[in-house]
Design a protein around this ligand. Structure first.
Ligand code: ADP
Ligand code: ZN
Ligand code: ZN
Length: 663
């Protein structure tokens, strides 16, 4: 890359675009406007690109055109009056582009808000008000106080509050946030889901007097830009947000809080596939800030770093509000004919008699999982994906949960004409039907993506449940995350095995953490909390050790298994997927790439193979997995091979560094 020049005499600017191209483009300054001597780095430009006009980012100035270029086209106009990013952010973007193997333009695109030219800019320099409020009446428990004291020593960069739900992690977060704000520094507070940002804004704005900015992907581009400017100007020094907020342009960053560290939503599902935790670690190291994570079920990676001492682990084992851990028992479903076991039904009955509440959890929505023919074994699958259709009884439809494809339900086998057909497996809709048949008097509500589609249903159901107007709440993950209901004394996990058979080495970890998280919803405020786990695999370690409370043992088990198999955290993975509508092209081009990897001496290459989800929305998918034990060296090789191996037209390449799922 050409050296970046000072703006004084420069007539040209270097621009990158949100394209999978690692090139920097040089343009002349716009004909209109007086930009002489001005440093334009960090602003957006509208520029001619081929036959199109694109918006790009100015990453520097230069005095002359590159030798190969004869005539420098001029950009149409400079979009921003003030830079969107400074040198620090540009460096972070370069790191993202290097680590996650994307172009600098793609990295900037994921970090910076889109949106048009802004109209009203906030006044600059409102920050620095040290009167931030933040006092609370709460007297910290001994464990909380000890954790706080340890972090204040600041002997490490990374800390982890490892504590059960309700152990008061938030209170420790807020004490530290206050410390940092009072010093005139800024705080970034990340939560795994957008819905949780609203709750947090409410509770933090009543506690702190300092202005709060919010960043997440559901803001409109202009809302995002507005928040961006409030943060940049120093007006808001406390930022709350979901994954993408990790790029908040805070200056004097003192603390990043990353709540529910184990959540996969911190990992981006599209290019660049960055992980919020990874970027947080990078930012904290670069900017001298503290990273404070928290969860009841750390990821195996984080747990490993705690064992090694890279992350300082602080344990919270009790609940300051009282309320002991619930008693957890396993119900073996192998001999059960029905969906709900006698044990679960009896417990539910008792809880209802005591006028307490119940949560039933099942990680699968819809009515039945798949349609199959008992004569020929035919399974009804999506026409465009290689997954079974789910029967949605309420909507009288068979639906693909990956692409949304729908069909009418059938009563005869489309393949052999047999009428001996049935629906197998079950989802939340089916559970609801059963529960209504058994508990005629109970007030029942279902909460899953289907139910929550209607606007307001989510908030309303949760609020009604909290008020005690619902006896049994059943649903998917939505009922498991971040919610506290004082009246709940029984949690039933209808089937704990749903995720275990997925072809993914993290299936066990995910099942374990889900059980522990769901179980944490019971008995937070009382001593008679009970959790019943229905399963066909009671002996599976993820289930058995979650239930027995031997959590450390689960991590040891999982660590040993990963070490034997050579999976993370004992190696790093890079996954390359080629997909396309054509059957052959994706595989052929990936074969070529995989061959090149082996040629340059990368040893541990698996593939190419069909992805477990071999077709999604009509796209054939193949993947190659590189497993690396000396990541920094091989990463470089991989980067070079990827840059040198063109992707044929009609094929799309996905690059996933440190993938969290392999489907
Ligand atoms: P976590 O984040 O670990 O799930 P929270 O921080 O939400 O737990 O705390 C659970 C409940 O305990 C909250 O209602 C909180 O106000 C309360 N709490 C936290 N710390 C204390 C304390 N030291 N004394 C009394 N109540 C506390
Ligand atoms: Zn058939
Ligand atoms: Zn589909």
């Amino acid at each position: 890359m050409e050296p970046e020049k000072k703006p004084e005499n420069s007539q040209y600017i270097n621009v990158v675009f949100n394209l999978p191209l690692n090139s920097v483009f040089t343009y002349a300054l716009p004909e209109k406007g007086n930009y002489e001597g001005l440093d334009l780095t960090g602003r957006r430009v509208s520029a001619p690109f081929g036959r199109r006009d694109l918006t790009g980012w100015i990453i520097g100035h230069r005095d002359s055109l590159p030798e190969a270029v004869k005539e420098g086209k001029a950009v149409h106009r400079i979009v921003d009056d003030q830079p969107l990013f400074k040198k620090d952010m540009l460096e972070l973007a370069r790191w993202i582009s290097n680590y996650y193997l994307c172009s600098l333009g793609e990295a900037l695109a994921v970090m910076l808000p889109g949106g048009r030219k802004e109209k009203d800019l906030p006044p600059l320099g409102l920050g620095g008000d040290k009167n931030v409020g933040g006092r609370s009446e709460i007297v910290l428990s001994d464990e909380q106080a000890a954790a706080l004291k340890e972090i204040r020593k600041r002997e490490k960069d990374f800390y982890y509050l490892h504590g059960i739900t309700g152990s008061g992690k938030t209170e420790v977060f807020l004490h530290l946030a206050e410390d940092v704000l009072v010093k005139g520094q800024s705080v970034l507070y990340l939560v795994p889901e957008i819905s949780l940002t609203h709750q947090l804004v409410d509770s933090l704005s009543s506690r702190f007097q300092t202005p709060i900015a919010v960043l997440h992907s559901h803001l409109t581009p202009s809302q995002r830009l507005k928040e961006w400017r409030r943060i940049q100007s120093g007006e808001a020094r406390l930022v709350i947000g979901a994954r993408s907020a990790i790029f908040a342009p805070l200056e004097k960053l003192g603390l990043i809080i990353l709540d529910e560290e184990h959540e996969n939503s911190y990992k981006s599902g599209s290019s660049p596939r960055y992980h919020g935790r990874q970027v947080a670690m990078k930012r904290c190291r670069r900017e001298g800030a503290v990273l404070l994570m928290g969860s009841a079920t750390p990821s195996v990676e984080a747990w490993h770093l705690m064992e090694k001492g890279t992350i300082c682990s602080l344990k919270l084992t009790s609940r300051p509000t009282g309320g002991s851990l619930p008693s957890i028992s396993i119900v073996d479903m192998k001999n059960s004919k029905s969906l709900l076991s006698q044990e679960l039904i009896q417990s539910m009955d008792q809880v209802l008699k005591k006028k307490k509440q119940i949560i039933l959890f099942l990680n699968r929505r819809g009515h039945s999982y798949f349609f199959h023919c008992k004569s020929c074994g035919y399974e009804m699958k999506c026409r465009q994906c290689s997954v079974s259709l789910t029967y949605h009884k309420n909507r009288k439809r068979m639906i693909c949960h990956y692409c949304g494809y729908q069909e009418k339900p059938v009563t005869v086998c489309p393949d052999c004409g047999s009428v001996d057909v049935g629906y197998a497996g079950f989802g939340t809709e089916h559970v609801e039907e059963q529960v209504r048949q058994i508990f005629l008097e109970a007030r029942i509500a279902r909460l899953d993506m289907d139910a929550a589609k209607k606007k307001g249903v989510l908030q309303e159901t949760i609020s009604n449940f909290r008020k005690g107007e619902i006896d049994i709440l059943l649903g998917t993950q939505m009922v498991a995350k971040g919610l506290n209901f004082p009246g709940v004394s029984l949690v039933g996990i209808v089937l704990a095995d749903t995720g275990l058979s997925l072809p993914d080495f993290r299936a066990g970890e995910r099942t374990f953490s889900l059980i522990v998280q769901v179980a944490g919803r019971a008995g937070r405020y009382s001593d008679d909390g009970e959790v019943l786990i229905q399963t066909f695999r009671p002996e599976n370690p993820a289930i058995a050790l979650a239930a027995s409370g031997e959590w450390e043992d689960f991590y040891h088990y999982e660590r040993d298994a990963r070490e034997v198999l050579g999976f993370p955290p004992f190696s790093r993975l890079i996954r390359i997927v080629h997909r396309g509508k054509n059957v052959n092209k994706p595989l052929e081009s990936l074969e070529l790439l995989t061959h090149r990897f082996r040629q340059v001496g990368i040893e541990d290459v698996m593939g190419p193979a069909e992805c477990p989800l071999g077709v999604i929305a009509g796209n054939y998918r193949y993947n190659t997995l590189v497993r690396s034990r000396n990541f920094s060296e091989e990463h470089h090789l991989i980067q070079r091979v990827l840059e040198d191996t063109a992707v044929p037209s009609g094929v799309y390449r996905e690059i996933d560094v440190d993938p969290v799922q392999l489907l």
